[in-house]
Design a protein around this ligand. Structure first.
Ligand code: PGA
Length: 257
């Protein structure tokens, strides 16, 4: 079973509208034939809400624009939040959810991540569900336990109808995010294989083979080729390196092979 690679940028809280336009002017030029590239490697960007329209209009053929968070209710008294209806209205294709920065700084729980996954899937938006251990958890030998718990507590909130829809898992060891410390391809593959096993348990072997598992954490133009060679690393969720068109275009072309 071959899975199309997916390279997703995570812009976090970066870029003005002018900077986003400028990024896509360079990026599309550097990638070349975007429609051709996105047929074999999926390209996506998780961007701030102020950039939704700019990115949707400028990103180019086949490029998906994602939010970085979403609320699980369709509407209501939730000051500061955006719903799946609003993301769709803005022309988005999905959202990153459960990023470790949201878990750490905004108290996002596994249950909330699961409700967001459910809401996105029921709206036919793509959830990119982030999981990953801290440095202390890795050092205590708890990586698999932590990742399994994050995945299964979230999944418990996802209805049968929502489970039938496409989703992506992003394994992002917290100690590798923004630190320049990348998991080795072997370290990442070991966890990805464990996640594939969890997918098999909960979704059956055939379906498990179709789910993309991304690696995230200081992925760069220099190290992505080795990571992407691993059989269970189906792409990347890329922070810092996705802000620079030179770097991210190289990574996309590497993933295309
Ligand atoms: P990084 O961030 O590539 O800058 O380490 C990845 C992420 O947080 O998604």
């Amino acid at each position: 079973m071959s899975r199309n690679k997916l390279l997703a940028g995570n812009w976090k809280m970066h870029k003005t509208r002018a900077e986003a336009s400028e990024f896509f002017r360079s990026f599309t030029k550097l990638v070349g034939n975007m429609a051709d590239v996105t047929r074999s490697v999926e390209v996506a960007f998780g961007v701030p809400a102020t950039l939704f329209d700019v990115c949707v209009n400028a990103a180019g053929a086949g490029v998906k624009i994602l939010a970085q968070n979403v609320h699980y209710e369709k509407q209501g008294a939730f000051t500061g939040e955006l719903s799946t209806v609003m993301l769709q209205d803005a022309g988005l294709q999905g959202s990153i959810i459960g990023h470790s920065e949201r878990r750490q700084y905004f108290a996002e729980t596994d249950q909330a991540v699961g409700k967001k996954w459910n809401a996105l899937s029921l709206s036919s938006l793509l959830p990119v569900v982030c999981v990953g251990e801290t440095k202390a958890e890795r050092e205590a030998g708890e990586t698999n336990i932590v990742v399994k718990k994050q995945f299964e507590l979230a999944l418990a909130e996802v209805s049968a109808d929502a489970k039938a829809k496409d989703f992506v898992i992003a394994y992002e060891p917290v100690w590798a995010i923004g630190t320049g410390l990348t998991a080795t391809p072997e370290q990442a593959e070991e966890v990805h294989l464990m996640i594939r096993g969890l997918l098999t348990t909960h979704f059956g072997a055939a379906r498990a083979e179709t789910v993309r598992i991304l690696y995230g954490g200081s992925m760069s133009a220099a190290n992505c080729a080795e990571l992407l060679k691993k059989p269970n690393i189906d792409g990347g969720l890329v922070g810092g390196a996705s802000l620079k068109p030179e770097d991210f275009s190289k990574m996309v072309l590497t993933a295309k092979g």
